[in-house]
Every structure is written in C-alpha cells, then in structure tokens.
Design a protein around this ligand. Structure first.
Ligand code: GLY
Length: 429
C-alpha cells in the first residue's frame, strides 16, 4: 500500500510516525514533509496547496490512500479531486470543509440544525456601519471573526468596546485579512474552559480519538498574542465522560446528520473546538482537520493500528470499527523561534534532538526545521514539538520538559506552564 501524507508540520510528522507503526508492508510519502518525516517516509517536493501537483503525483505514482493534514488544500478541493480519480482520502470534500473555510457558513449551519453555539450576526465588509452599531449595542467582551481561512489568526476576542471597534475597522475597512474578511462574524463572548474533540468520520459514522487541550497564547498564564498552539495535552481532564457524551449527541451527531442531509457528507477528521459553558458544551468553531500541536499527543495515545483506522474511514467502514485509545496521558511542548508569532529569524542550528528523543516515552516531532550541511536548523516559527506519553499527565509533562532541556537553538522559547490547568483539575478531584 502506498500512502501520501500532505503537509509539513509537526502534525504531519506525527501522522507519518503513527502510520509507520502500522502493521503490513507499506510505503509512506510526505508532501512536502520536513527532515523529521524524511526519516520515516519519502519526502516529495510538492507544496501542500499545490492541488494540481498533488493530484498529478498521486495518480502517476499509484497512491492508494491520501491523508491530508492542513485545511487549505481541503478547502481548495483536494479530496474531491483525488476521490474523482478513485484514490481513497482522509479529508472532507470542499463542500464539507466549508465548516472551517467559512465561519458564516458554519454559524448558519449550526443555527439550521440546533447545534449549541454562541449567538452571532454576519456582516459583509460593505456593512461596516451596521456591524459597528451591532457591536456598540451588544457591548464588550465580544468576539469578532474573519469568516474565511486566516491561518488561525482570524478570531479576535475583544475585551473592550474600543478594541472591538478597532478590530472591525481593521477587518472591514483596512482589509487586514484580505478575502477572508469579506464577511465578518460577530459573536457573543462565551465563558468557560475550552477543549478540543477529534472525530474521525466516514460520512455517516464516526469514532472519537482522544480529546485534548491546546495553549493558544504565546505567554505563560495564557497571555500575549495568539499562536498556532504552544503545547497541548491529551486527554483533557475538564472533559468528563458525561460532557463528552453530551458533545457527541448534541454536537457531533447532529453535525454529521446535518451535513449528510445538506448533500455534503462529512468524511475525514472533524475537529470541534468546544467551550464548556455553565449550560453545557457549545461550539467555538469547527476545523476540517487535526489540530497542531494536539495531534502529537492524540496520536501518541492511539493504540489502534492508524492505517487500518484511516482506511476504514476512507472506505466508509467505521460503523463496526472499534478504536482503542490508551488510558495513559500524553503532552506536547512546542519549542519556538525568538520573536514568534511575530517576525523571527531562520537558520538557527538545533542541537540535542537525538538525545531528547532517546528519553523514555519521548518523541520529538519536527515542524519548522530544515537540513543544512551543518546539520538540523530552524526554518519556521514553531520549530519542534517535544511530545511524551506517561502513565499520568504529570509524568508525561515531566518527560516533555526533561527532553526540552536537552535541546537548544539560539533564541529558543517555550512555555513552562503547559498542562498546568489539567494538573490543577486533577488535583481538585
Ligand atoms: N492548535 C490549533 C489548531 O490546530 O487549529
């Protein structure tokens, strides 16, 4: 079996790692991949958003299964194009990927299907005056989102009215998010703790992978600007079995039924960002792919054969498929470049990855790295995702931090408080 993983980050290194542990004879390729994936797969120099190039490559090299990491090629229709060529895919059609590609679509979808989420209004960029009047009437805190894809930066939680007014001006008058801001969603601010659930879906049925909690801000104590994610842990102690059951019956199942009823059955990973409010879980947003860095601990806890599971999803056979998830914990600490999420320098020599990866229970997933004649060096904002599994969350976190201490590159920064909320919750029960 020949498998193509699309993408180049820590998430895709983790996908390649999980598939490489699957039983049987198979060849893994990763497009474009990174030096971490090159150790387990053949990297193919095609960008993740080069849909034509990926389809041509998949057809000409006889790819049997394609697992798509990032959202952009999915929203561009990569899964549809591959399926039209008879290639199995883990990833939704362009129509189904609208759940992430258009916040205006996903909010209206949730409204149509009675799925709990924050109250909202959508405005086109020409309606700045109406949006401003709405925000002034609603007051702060309030959430303003560019409707389209904005690399995780398009949702702004505005704590004051003047912040909300400035955000509307940036999005609607100064075009800060380009096309993604052509429509703007203004949402009620929800109080609670966030958690992420990951459902692998085949259009009709689904299985749940471990749930997780992300750390979006750059600074400790959840301060500073948003990033792609500075660390994660799985499972999320805040998500009790009861809450998960509620999320499944009131959110995941109606989402799958609703998409199927609207002619866009959902096949692939459905990542639901939840807010655990006083009145139950509500949807913060959908993503049409796995999270990064949540994937790294989530896949570390997957005990089922990953390839069998992905094939069952791609072939519509999840109904009777049992997924096995470890009862242990896993955590991930992201090592980032100095300056990230703002401008940063590349080309910093990285030391210690091998020694860190040799520690018990640790895997160092690579993200923004490249090989040079001198060895491994940084090439992105989020450079490495140091991930570890252990019998409990504390052990997993201790292992991550012991491993992180063995790694160095100039300007390396990371949060020292990953998992603290989870540990506090566990200590409280
Ligand atoms: N870590 C958040 C995301 O992948 O969207």
């Amino acid at each position: 079996m020949r498998i193509l993983v699309v993408g180049s980050g820590g998430r895709e290194h983790a996908l390649v790692w999980a598939i490489s542990r699957s039983a049987g004879d198979h060849e893994i390729q990763c497009a474009p991949g990174n030096p971490g994936t090159a150790a387990l797969a053949t990297n193919v120099a095609i960008a993740a958003d080069d849909v034509d190039g990926l389809v041509k490559h998949a057809v000409s090299t006889g790819i049997d299964l394609c697992v798509v990491g990032p959202e952009v090629p999915l929203v561009m229709g990569l899964a549809d194009r591959l399926r039209a060529k008879g290639i199995r895919v883990v990833g939704p059609s362009a129509a189904a990927a609208q759940l992430e590609g258009s916040k205006a679509f996903s909010k209206a979808f949730m409204e149509r299907h009675g799925i709990p989420t924050a109250a909202y209004r959508t405005f086109s960029s020409a309606d700045h005056a109406d949006a401003l009047a709405y925000v002034r009437k609603a007051g702060a805190p309030i959430v303003i989102k560019a409707s389209g894809l904005a690399a995780g930066k398009g949702a702004v939680v505005c704590m004051t009215l003047s912040e909300a007014e400035n955000t509307l001006a940036e999005m609607m008058q100064h075009n800060a998010f380009g096309e993604a801001g052509a429509e703007v969603v203004v949402e009620e601010f929800m109080e609670g703790e966030e958690a992420s659930v990951f459902a692998l879906c085949d259009g009709r049925d689904y299985v749940l992978l471990s749930h997780a909690q992300d750390h979006k801000r750059i600074g400790e104590g959840d301060t500073g600007p948003n990033t792609g994610g500075m660390g994660a842990y799985a499972p999320a102690p805040v998500l009790s079995d009861d809450l998960l059951q509620t999320a499944s019956s009131r959110i995941i199942e109606p989402t799958l039924a609703g998409m199927a009823a609207e002619g866009a059955p959902y096949e692939g990973i459905l990542y639901v960002g939840l807010m655990l409010t006083e009145v139950g879980p509500k949807v913060v947003g959908y993503n049409c792919r796995l999270g990064d860095p949540e994937t790294q601990p989530v896949l570390m806890l997957l005990e089922s054969d990953a390839l069998d599971l992905f094939l069952a999803a791609a072939e519509g056979r999840l109904k009777d498929h049992q997924v096995r998830v470890s009862s242990e914990s896993a955590a991930c600490v992201v090592l980032a470049s100095e300056g990230y999420p703002g401008p940063y320098e590349k080309g910093k020599r990285i030391e210690g990855v091998e020694a860190a990866g040799a520690l018990d229970g640790v895997v160092v997933f690579q993200a923004g790295t490249r090989s040079s004649s001198e060895g491994l060096e940084s090439s992105g904002g989020r450079v490495l995702a140091v991930t570890a599994r252990g019998p409990d969350l504390k052990t997993a976190l201790d292992r991550c931090y012991q491993a992180a201490a063995l790694i160095s590159f100039e300007g390396m920064q990371y949060r020292r408080d990953i998992g603290r909320k989870g540990l506090a919750r566990l200590a409280a029960v």
